[in-house]
Write a protein of this length. Sequence first.
Length: 203
Amino acid sequence: MSTTIRTGVLAALAVAGLTAGAALTAAPAGAAPKAAPGFLTASQLPPHPTGWTAGPVTDGVPVELEYCFGEALLAYDIHHRDFRTELETNAQQIVVVVGDSAKAEALARRLDREVRRCALRAGADPEIEAEYRTYGTLPVEEGARVHAVHTRAAWGAMDIDLTSVGRDGGTVTLVRWGQMGDFSDAPVKAFKKTTTTAVDKLY
């Protein structure tokens, strides 16, 4: 399914991540970040020519995800990890331990809706065009869904984001990957593998 949307808000979803990579605290040269239970490691993200650097697991919602998902996550204890490359490609993962399976299912469904709603609720900026696509569900644990959003600005900037939401029992994870480009630049197959791994690591 594809939906074309004109919005300035979605640019925040796609572009904020491109400017945030510089603020990420990198691991010391030659040292791999310590793996955290339930979180992806750098090697489990879609391959990138320069490789990935994983930041530490941190409390709270990453700034790149606050606008679109912050309200949905207000009532929960959130942990996240940021990832970056030497170029513009970046990613974030959040893990929410809800504890109750029914409430976790409701949260996962809401986060899925918020990916598209983030674009639909704005529509204020005529200089930004966005297109939403869904890449369906994945048969892992209680399931996961993959989304994509492409934004194009009137001044020529283009960004592509992949976002997935998955659940294992009472725990939910959201993974976002973004870089400059369009749908043809999105590593959908590799991102689905990353999503499957992320959900498999939940507990």
